[in-house]
Design a protein around this ligand. Sequence first.
Ligand code: PHE
Length: 333
Amino acid sequence: MTRIEEFKPATAAEVEAFRIKLLGKKGEIGALMEEFKSVAPELKRELGQKLNHLKTTAAARIEALRGAIGEKEQAAASHIDDMTRPGTAERIGSRHPISIVKNQIVEIFSRLGYTVADGPEIEDDWHVFSALNFPPEHPARDMQDTFFIEKTPDVVLRTHTSSIQVRTMEHQKPPIRVICPGRVFRNEAISYRAHCIFHQIEGLYIDRNVSFADMKQSILYFAKELFGEQTRIRMRPSYFPFTEPSAEVDVSCSICGGKGCGVCKGTGWLEIMGCGMVDPNVLEANGIDHTQYSGFAFGMGIERIAMLKYGVGDLRLYFENDVRFLNQFDSAL
Ligand code: PHE
């Protein structure tokens, strides 16, 4: 006869098969019951009790086995065997440093009343160059810098997000206050300090009586918010076809505080953006009366700002998506 102690089932189905073998209608205990009918009357009482005891203990043991197996199977299915054990933390991704810095810049300018404007990456000559007062022979249109998709009609990848400013002026009458983040493309050799794809944020402010002083104050506010209250700015004369006068903006080096270090190459200053008063030709080309309105524009590379903010020495790291690099950045923005 089967010994219940030796039975080591692995599944509930095995327990059920065992139950049928033992307690089923044609099972082993059932067979004993059949035999019991023919035992001598004087033995019936004693044997009957033993048989009943056997039957109830077998049923109880099988029930216990069924319970144990059930728990095991449930635990295996849900992978929870100890509800009190501390959980394993899920690793979640972090925001890309370029997104973090972009969001910070957008947030700072939104406090000054700027809204975000967007535009296409595939552009035409008008929005990237002509509407921005680039003379036809200007070298920036040259194949050296611009990726042409088709030469006639001109289909180009935008080389700066100033094209979004043109699109904004097409649809909106002054006052205009927009900030334009986006990817731009230039035909440059990839190195630690240049890439053929990078990100810019440009801003445009047009209203009555907008002055150079307004621009300077807005940029100073921005620089202090981004790099810290102690930050100073300086402007150097520069040239852009779409602004007059134009300037290059430097901030005091956030690493050495202006004393001179490796990052600022001993100068104490870091170049962060170009800016200028919108050229009257640009206003007129975009249907804005330059006798009534004036404005300023500025533009910066997000990779460069992020390099200065985080001390990143090689621009290519932003594009390689190595998680060991990306995991170092964390921000709620
Ligand atoms: N568009 C310029 C660039 O790509 C930046 C800029 C924007 C300069 C607005 C002045 C004013 O370099």
